[in-house]
Ligand binder design. Structure first.
Ligand code: AP5
Ligand code: MG
Length: 211
């Protein structure tokens, strides 16, 4: 299956992607994770992306599009993939269409995880990541086991200020791709509020998958 997960910051894209890729056995392609890895490694891309990310802005299309276009050509993506956080602009959506057309493949669905703005800041500021396993926790909603508390990380863009900037970008740049996919009959809307396990069940059902 070839899927896209769309949603505001903190919607639960990463949380739901973990369940989905396990179920579907396809690679999880998160442009946020790829860019953070580039920043951590100090690559040319990372140096250019760092300032945009810290401030909660979008990294420019000319930097992000080639990463994804090249990544989906790799052999582990032949049977499908789950894109998380890409596309985020109309030019990114169009570039993805062209790349998939050239490869003779097409999207199966675009899932939008909907969460109201007023719940986002608390989700983002309470998030903690385990750098060893990639697991996503929340101090209140999904508390980490005590024995790993010392190694957990707080993302540099998980401040309230950067979070508000990210939300604004989501509404101005990313939300307009939703009607683009709706017109193609690919859109599935999922309520992202409530128990993550129940959200996963709704997501699987919307994709016609058994839980
Ligand atoms: P990215 O890493 O994609 O960040 P984001 O879109 O802001 O989304 P998040 O990862 O913050 O949230 P999420 O939806 O994955 O939620 P999660 O599951 O972690 O991008 C970061 C930056 O990189 C961008 O700002 C931009 O600068 C750049 N970038 C990336 N892609 C780009 C692109 N295509 N173009 C240009 N720039 C790009 O959950 C969040 C928290 O909530 C966790 O603590 C979790 O435990 C908790 N939680 C999850 N589900 C629930 C639930 N149901 N109830 C309660 N809490 C929950
Ligand atoms: Mg994420």
């Amino acid at each position: 299956m070839r899927l896209i997960l769309v949603g505001p910051p903190g919607a639960g894209k990463g949380t739901q992607a973990a369940a989905l890729v396990q179920r579907l056995n396809v690679p999880h392609l998160s442009t946020g994770d790829m860019l953070r890895a580039a920043v951590a490694q100090g690559t040319e891309l990372g140096k250019k992306a760092d300032e945009f990310m810290k401030a909660g802005g979008l990294v420019t299309d000319d930097l992000v599009i080639p990463i994804v276009v090249e990544r989906i050509r790799e052999s582990d993506c032949a049977a499908g993939f789950l894109l998380d956080g890409f596309p985020r602009t109309r030019p990114q959506a169009e570039a993805l269409d062209r790349a998939m057309q050239a490869a003779g493949v097409s999207l199966d669905a675009v899932v939008v995880i909907e969460v109201p703005d007023e719940l986002i800041v608390e989700r983002i500021t309470g998030r903690r990541m385990d750098p060893e396993t990639g697991a996503i926790y929340h101090l209140k909603f999904n508390p980490p086991p005590e024995e790993i508390a010392g190694r957990l990380q707080h993302r540099q863009d998980d401040t309230e200020e950067a979070c508000r900037a990210r939300l604004q970008k989501y509404h101005s740049e990313t939300a307009p791709i939703i009607p683009y996919y709706d017109q193609q009959g690919l859109l599935r809307r999922i309520d992202g509020v409530g128990d993550p396990q129940r959200i996963a069940e709704n997501l699987f059902a919307a994709l016609g998958l058994d839980a």
